[in-house]
Design a protein around this ligand. Structure first.
Ligand code: GLU
Length: 547
């Protein structure tokens, strides 16, 4: 009995060879290939988006290929719709992969791009390892493995299935074959030749040259039951056959790099470049911690789409934590797209990427303030169609009116920056809609002048004797001043401050009364524009509501 017999018994239907696959997926002649390889867990983590951006940029910088590979070998974890969410997240932020698989259709010649569809390929590679004596079936039960771990813990030994603790590696081929024939369940383990005491040089594009201990674990490469490979093995086969040149992944994988290096070496395959991206961290009080899906809503990409951040804001905020020189570059090249930035792995913080919502919010406000009102109209309508029936209805009722509201204090040197994300808009402008203004349970935010008779006196005098919707802004303001003088208020603040006792109040108080009467708010965008948009008829109706 030989290893070949064992391999044949385990994989009787595998008749292709590694060479067959090498031919099917030929070398890409040095073309840069990156891939994002998410597991479909039902949401897109901000770390996944961060890595996708790095993948995307490296591909764009080098006229390379950006692939999306779905790593669904852990089928217990798979969530329905999860794959769709991954595609949607990439699409939303404009990171369109060059090669991917959607609804069973492959774009690209190196597919399938879904791991569960690549079983036969993995089995071919595993069969080869068994034939050359570098993989074997392990029959240890969960209880035996638990016992081993407890014993190792107890004796303060390094835990794991290695060296003399790797019981099944010493079974004879006959014993293995008999066990299989008896129907004993098994997994396939890699047979390591490494020495943990021995260090080797490993280059990480972010962390530089490292010294790592060799792998000596006989780790599982194929599970029992669904016979799917583990991540360690699947990524080797896929990244080799897909001709990936950069493996960009979270730094939590760095500790298993020795396993991957040993696998690549065993097959004699060229190692890809590794870019281990830092964890995304955030401040909490005085300490800094890893961003977590459980504690931080902003860890999940749906947070940004639910609130309606413009996609450029999210991308920009992630770019600033990808490379420390990005912000400077962006300031110098304000009109260039992030894709034109040259990514440099050594400018990636190796200690953790500090993500700050405050910063995102500032970026977002700035970006929205620079957009044309018509663009904000369309983008917020897109958002509302998915997230807010009420805003959608407001916009669709009269798009021009909505756009004019958005246009107040826009397209000027210092545009108004009050919108952080689109879900805020309704709260900022509802008072411009008569039905909402009438029905809303609102509080009039009167300030210094609160006496209703005085308020009515000011409003009646102003709207009957002074206000004319055709006035230009200067004339309009001069008339407000005239009104002040007529009613005993200071028409400028300086005069008022000099001799406050001489006046009932000042021009700011008068403006506030006018502002609050038509909006209920004491703080709004430009009052002149608001009055103009409302028009005299609607203003009068609003004033009649004040009791
Ligand atoms: N499926 C792995 C993950 O989601 C991918 C790691 C990699 O990119 O190689 O973490």
């Amino acid at each position: 009995m030989t290893n070949k017999d064992l391999a044949e018994l385990i994989f009787p239907n595998i008749d292709k060879t590694i060479e067959d696959y090498e031919k099917m997926y030929p070398s890409r002649n040095g073309r840069v290939v990156t891939r994002i390889a998410p597991s479909p867990t039902g949401y897109m983590h901000i770390g996944g988006m961060y890595q996708s951006l790095v993948d995307y940029i490296i591909a764009k910088n080098n006229n390379g290929i950006f692939m999306l590979r779905i790593e669904d070998t852990d089928q217990k974890r798979e969530v329905e719709e999860a794959v769709k969410l991954i595609h949607e997240a990439l699409d939303t932020y404009g990171l369109h992969p060059d090669e991917f698989e959607r609804d069973g259709k492959c774009t690209g010649n190196y597919g399938p791009y879904v791991q569960s569809e690549r079983k036969e390929i993995y089995h071919t590679f595993i069969k080869h390892l068994i034939e050359i004596g570098r993989a074997y079936p392990c029959f240890c039960t969960k209880e035996e493995l638990d016992e081993l771990r407890v014993m190792q813990d107890h004796k303060k030994l390094r835990t794991g299935y290695y060296g003399k603790y790797a019981k099944c590696r010493n079974l004879s081929v006959e014993e293995m074959i008999n066990n299989i024939k008896e129907g004993k369940p098994y997994v396939i383990r890699f047979k390591s030749m490494g020495d943990f005491e021995h260090k080797f040089k490993f280059h990480d594009e972010v962390k530089g040259d490292l010294e790592l201990s060799e792998n000596d674990e006989d780790f599982v490469i194929m599970k029992s039951g669904d016979l799917l490979p583990t991540y360690h093995f699947a990524h080797l086969v896929d990244d080799h056959l897909m001709r990936t040149t950069y493996v960009i992944r979270g730094e939590e994988w760095l500790s298993s790099a020795p396993k991957h290096v040993e696998l690549f070496n065993t097959f004699g395959f060229e190692l890809p470049k590794y870019v281990h991206t830092p964890l995304i961290i955030k401040k909490e009080g005085n300490s800094i911690r890893k961003i977590s899906k459980r504690k931080d809503p902003e860890a999940t990409m749906s947070y940004y789409s639910d609130l309606g951040y413009p996609k450029e804001a999210v991308v920009e905020s992630l770019m600033t934590i990808i490379n420390s020189n990005y912000e400077e570059w962006h300031t110098q090249n304000p009109d260039k797209s992030f894709e034109e930035f040259t990514y440099n792995p050594t400018k990636m913080s190796s200690g953790g990427a500090y993500y700050d919502l405050e910063k995102l919010n500032n970026l977002s406000k700035d970006i929205i303030s620079k957009k044309k009102a018509s663009v904000v109209c369309e983008e917020s309508l897109e958002w509302a169609k998915k997230h807010s029936e009420s805003l959608k209805e407001m916009i669709e009722r009269d798009k021009d009116y909505y756009t004019s509201i958005l246009n107040i204090e826009r397209e000027q040197e210092k545009p108004r920056k009050d919108i952080v994300y689109y879900s805020m808009i309704e709260d900022l402008i509802w008072y411009m809609y008569d039905d909402k203004f009438k029905s809303k349970d609102k509080e009039y935010e009167w300030k210094n002048i609160t006496d209703i008779d005085e308020i009515k006196n000011i409003l009646n005098t102003y709207f009957n004797d002074y206000y004319d919707e055709n006035d230009d802004k200067d004339t309009w303001f001069n008339k407000v001043k005239e009104l002040c003088e007529k009613l005993g208020y200071a028409s400028n603040i300086k005069d008022y401050k000099k001799e406050p006792e001489k006046y009932k109040g000042n021009v700011a108080d008068i403006s506030t009364v006018i502002r609050v009467s038509v909006t209920s708010k004491s703080n709004t965008p430009d009052l002149y524009e608001i009055l103009k948009l409302l028009g005299t008829e609607r203003i009068k109706e609003r004033i009649s509501l004040i009791k």
